[in-house]
Write a protein that binds this ligand. Structure first.
Ligand code: ATP
Length: 238
């Protein structure tokens, strides 16, 4: 069934000074969908995410969130509207405990509700419960990725943006993280997943977009893209 669009991007263009990094991106994510954006180094994946979350200004085009034009809405306001980004490189607060990192994600929200959410996160990521009193900086890379995701989820987002969650992780952990992303989708979360690991991302995505030098060059179901000969050659190393 086709659901309502959560995110609608039309003709989105972003510059770094005179360098144009995005050339009129069209893309959408619907309610409950897991959509992957894949592409090589320097293709524009991070730039697109930063433009979505409001960290980089768009130089042309529109971004709509639940039908509302948010192209000029400041980043903090977008977060409050329900767009939650898990940044590349995770960026947890190393000296703080795992639990305090999570509670920080729930800031400005009702305390009882925050404790309930904490419990939900510990159910989803049991290792975080086990390590809840330990400094976040002592966690492994995969555990820090789980913490960063759980912290974003503490805000009860309506759209989760994931920037290369598998980056720098061993294959077994990549699988574990992407299983967690799939599980979130099963629970109804709407997810936009940006990955260099095209194989892993397309395997769990409902739909995927391929970005090259700031342009969307292909879009299809995750399965169809996985089987696409051009994609296999360019991104899957087959
Ligand atoms: P990666 O997977 O390596 O992070 P990416 O797909 O996320 O790559 P971007 O980081 O979005 O790619 O970069 C897109 C283009 O914009 C590249 O050509 C890059 O050189 C350029 N770019 C990125 N950041 C800046 C910046 N701060 N100043 C100038 N150009 C930049």
């Amino acid at each position: 069934a086709v659901t309502a669009p959560v995110l609608e991007i039309r003709g989105l263009t972003t510059h770094y000074g005179r360098i144009q990094a995005l050339h009129g991106i069209d893309l959408e994510v619907r309610e409950g969908e897991l959509v992957a954006l894949v592409g090589g180094n320097g293709a524009g994946k991070t730039t697109l995410l930063m433009t979505l979350s409001g960290i980089r200004p768009a130089s042309a085009g529109t971004i709509r969130f639940h039908g509302e034009d948010i192209t000029r809405v400041p980043a903090e306001r977008r977060t409050l509207m329900g767009i939650s980004q898990v940044p590349e490189g995770r960026q947890v607060f190393g000296p703080m405990s795992v639990e305090d990192n999570l509670l920080l994600g729930a800031y400005k929200r009702d305390r009882d509700a925050a404790w309930e959410d904490l419990d939900r996160m510990y159910e989803m990521f049991p290792i975080l419960r086990q390590k809840r009193r330990e400094a976040a900086g002592t966690l492994s890379g995969g555990q820090q990725q789980m913490l960063a995701m759980a912290r974003a989820l503490m805000r009860k987002p309506r759209l989760l943006l994931l920037d290369e969650p598998s980056m720098g992780l061993a294959p077994l952990l990549v699988e574990e993280i992407l299983n967690a992303v799939s599980e979130l989708k099963r629970q109804g979360m709407t997810i936009f997943l940006v990955e260099q690991n095209a194989n892993a991302a397309l395997a769990i995505a409902d739909r995927g977009y391929v970005i090259e030098t700031g342009n969307i060059v292909l879009s299809d179901t995750g399965r169809a893209l996985l089987e696409n000969e051009k994609i296999k050659e360019a991104y899957l190393g087959i």
